[in-house]
Design a protein around this ligand. Structure first.
Ligand SMILES: C[S@@+](CC[C@H](N)C(=O)[O-])C[C@H]1O[C@@H](n2cnc3c(N)ncnc32)[C@H](O)[C@@H]1O
Length: 256
C-alpha cells in the first residue's frame, strides 16, 4: 500500500485504525480523555487518580519486564554510539530513564513529560539529582530543542494520548530533534480480539483508575497503517520501520 501525504482535514478525521479501517474498527475508538490527560483534574482527587495510574504503570512495567524490554530496544538502537544523548518524552514515572541510566555507563538522559505535576515529581526523585539526567517539561508535539540535538528520542506507551494531528506533529518534532525516534505503544488488535479485550476490562473500568485509562488507551491506540499515514503526513522523508505485535507493544523506529 502507498502512504500518500494527506490533507490536514483528512488526518484530523483519520480513524485510529488507519485510512482503510473497517466499519467495526471505526466504532472502536473514543475522544474521551484518560485520567492522565485531564488538565482540569487539578483537585486532590484528580491528582490522586493520576498518581494511582502512574504507580500502576510503573509497577506493571517492572513486574512484567516491560521496562527492561523497552530499555533493551533503546540500547539496541544506540549500540554504535559511544556517549549517547537520549530524550525521553512522556516519561511519566521515569522508570525507563532510570533503567537506561543504570544499564548505560555514559548515556545522558533528558527526562521529560508534558504534565507539570509529573515533571515536579520526577525532579524531586532520584532522577532530579542524577549527574547524567536533566528533568524538564516538554511537549512531544512542540519540542524545545535544536535540530539533531539528541541521538535518540523515545516515547513509550504515550503516543495514543495524541490526536492524529498532534501525533503527526510528534513524528515531525521527534525526527527533527533526534536522529532516531523510537515509539513504543499499545498494539491495536484486530476488531474481534479488540472487542474481547474490552469486554474483559470494561466491568472494572469504573472501579480501578488504571483499567479506566487502559480501556481508553486501547480505543485510542493506532494501527500500523495509521502510524504510517501519520508519518507520511508529517514528512514524506520520514522512513518508518514498524514492528507490530498482536498483544505485545508495537515498535516504530522513525528516521529522516
Ligand atoms: C501512559 S503514560 C506512560 C508513562 C511511561 N512512559 C510508561 O511507559 O509507563 C503517558 C504519559 O504521556 C504523557 N503525555 C501525554 N501527552 C503528551 C505530550 N503531548 N507530550 C509529552 N508527554 C505527553 C502523559 O503526561 C503521561 O505521563
Amino acid at each position: 500500500m502507498v502512504y500518500m501525504t494527506r490533507s490536514v482535514a483528512d488526518i484530523a478525521r483519520m480513524p485510529r485504525g488507519g485510512p482503510d479501517a473497517s466499519c467495526v474498527d471505526r466504532l472502536l475508538q473514543t475522544d474521551r480523555l484518560e485520567y492522565l490527560d485531564r488538565d482540569t483534574d487539578a483537585d486532590a482527587a484528580g491528582q490522586a487518580r493520576k498518581r494511582a495510574v502512574l504507580q500502576a504503570l510503573e509497577w506493571t512495567g517492572q513486574f512484567f519486564g516491560e521496562t527492561e524490554r523497552f530499555a533493551k530496544l533503546v540500547l539496541d538502537e544506540l549500540a554504535e554510539i559511544p556517549d549517547p544523548k537520549v530524550l525521553e518524552l512522556g516519561a511519566g514515572h521515569g522508570g525507563l530513564s532510570r533503567k537506561l541510566l543504570e544499564w548505560h555507563p555514559t548515556a545522558e538522559l533528558t527526562v521529560t513529560d508534558v504534565d507539570p505535576a509529573s515533571v515536579a515529581a520526577l525532579a524531586a526523585s532520584d532522577l532530579g539529582a542524577h549527574p547524567r539526567a536533566t528533568v524538564r517539561r516538554m511537549d512531544a508535539t512542540d519540542i524545545d530543542a535544536p535540530d539533531h540535538h539528541f541521538d535518540l528520542a523515545v516515547f513509550a506507551l504515550s503516543f495514543h494520548h495524541l490526536t492524529p494531528p498532534q501525533a503527526a506533529r510528534a513524528f515531525a518534532e521527534g525526527t527533527r530533534v533526534a536522529d532516531t525516534l523510537l515509539i513504543i505503544d499499545l498494539p491495536r488488535p484486530p476488531s474481534p480480539l479488540h472487542l474481547a479485550r474490552l469486554a474483559v476490562m470494561l466491568p472494572f473500568a469504573p472501579l480501578v483508575p488504571f483499567v479506566h485509562d487502559g480501556v481508553i488507551s486501547s480505543l485510542r491506540s493506532y494501527s500500523p497503517s495509521a502510524l504510517r499515514a501519520l508519518a507520511a503526513h508529517a514528512d514524506p522523508a520520514i522512513e518508518v520501520d514498524l514492528r507490530s505485535g498482536l498483544m505485545s507493544p508495537q515498535v516504530v523506529v522513525a528516521r529522516r
